[in-house]
Design a protein around this ligand. Structure first.
Ligand code: MN
Length: 368
């Protein structure tokens, strides 16, 4: 029983509207889909959604990394995930979203081989996951309008993008809180946009609007700044860009730099290492969130199954498939009902059928 064939499909998926965060805006997501075919009738889907800004990857580097890795995996038993991760790490350093595409496809195969939904074989802690929806940066007034629309669509949690201008950022949170009332969770994400001083001032002003936590207030590499913000913020501080790997998680835990960690499969290299980060954080008393880059329904399903499986993944920001206009999955995947990611009774990731016109023909096929 082994991996027989690996197919690679680059896809371009358009956003519904330009997605703007502190470092810039995107209009489309350039992702790479991987199909992992075994010789026992089971196949799995994986996805890379590379971010040049966060991990230095593009669709081209993902394809290059997979080209190094895929030929070596042909013939390996697909459930030896720990071993396959070791092989990947020995073949190429970094390239976490390329590795995530392979890792996610292996986990889809894992669930399908076990004939269970993936979250049930990964820990099975909960059966649905509350996700927020992200409000892209606009004027405070426009964002308050978007917030009301999101709440009308059923969302119980909003992730508010900030990090542009501290004064205006406080205004964003104020107008949104006033527009949606007290019952909606509001979390913010500055995407490294503030200095420590700006962050401390802004967070102290925002605290009265009941902000659940603040993601990545300062640049990723500014560990001192992060510690300073955490010590002086009335709002819990979450690391995102500062934590990619289990090694990063240990470093921040030791430095007592954050209250929370945002795990993303595209930073960690997939589910296998994401679970290690969650375990490290749990042992340190640090709850985690699972976030996303620009994944379609495939990558989002992987994050949602992991979040359902693991107790310490207490928050979810799994909404990129909703922000994308283009849909890759025709049947299956995790739907959102009243802010909850719910799972179909389909094994593995729960992807039944892809839109073959959107997916196109494989760019590369690796086999024996
Ligand atoms: Mn973030």
């Amino acid at each position: 029983m082994g991996i027989q064939q690996i197919e690679v499909y680059p896809v371009t998926l358009a956003y519904r509207e330009p997605f703007r965060i502190a470092p810039g805006a995107s209009t489309e997501s350039h992702n790479v889909i991987v199909k992992m075919v075994t010789d026992y009738g089971v196949y799995g889907w994986g996805e890379a959604s590379p971010s040049e800004r966060v991990t230095g990857e593009t669709a081209e580097t993902v394809i290059k990394a997979v080209d190094k890795i895929a030929p070596k995996l042909i013939g390996m038993f697909p459930l030896r995930i720990e071993q396959i991760v070791e092989v990947m790490d020995k073949l190429v350093a970094g390239n976490p979203s390329a590795k995530a595409a392979i890792d996610i496809a292996l986990h889809d195969v894992f669930g399908k081989t076990a004939r269970k939904e993936l979250h049930r074989v990964l820990g099975g802690y909960r059966t649905e996951v509350l996700t927020d929806v992200t409000l892209s940066i606009k004027t405070p007034r426009e964002m308050a309008k978007d917030a009301v629309k999101a709440v009308k669509r059923g969302f119980k949690a909003l992730k508010v993008k900030v990090g542009v201008n501290p004064q205006e950022d406080v205004e964003r949170v104020k107008l949104i809180r006033e527009a949606v009332g007290d019952d909606v969770q509001i979390r913010i994400d500055a995407n490294q946009g503030w200095t420590p001083k700006q962050a401390i001032q802004a967070l102290n002003k925002m605290a009265k609007y009941n902000v659940q936590f603040a993601e990545q207030p300062v640049p990723a590499e500014d560990l001192k700044g992060l510690i300073e913000v955490k010590r002086n913020s009335p709002i819990p501080v979450m690391a995102d860009e500062s934590v990619h790997s289990p090694e990063d998680a240990i470093r921040l835990v030791k430095a007592e730099a954050v209250d929370l960690i945002n795990i993303k499969l595209m930073k960690s290299g997939g589910i296998h290492k994401a679970r290690k980060i969650a375990a490290i954080a749990e042992a340190a008393g640090i709850p985690c969130m699972i976030g996303c880059m620009g994944e379609s329904e495939i990558g989002i399903a992987a994050g949602a199954h992991l979040a359902a499986a693991v107790r310490n993944i207490q928050y979810a920001d799994l909404d990129s498939d909703l922000l994308l206009k283009d849909k890759l999955v025709k049947r299956g995947g995790t739907k959102v009902k009243k802010s909850m990611r719910v799972f179909p009774k389909i094994y593995g990731l729960g992807i039944r059928e892809l839109d073959t016109a959107k997916l196109g023909k494989p760019l590369k096929t690796y086999k024996q």
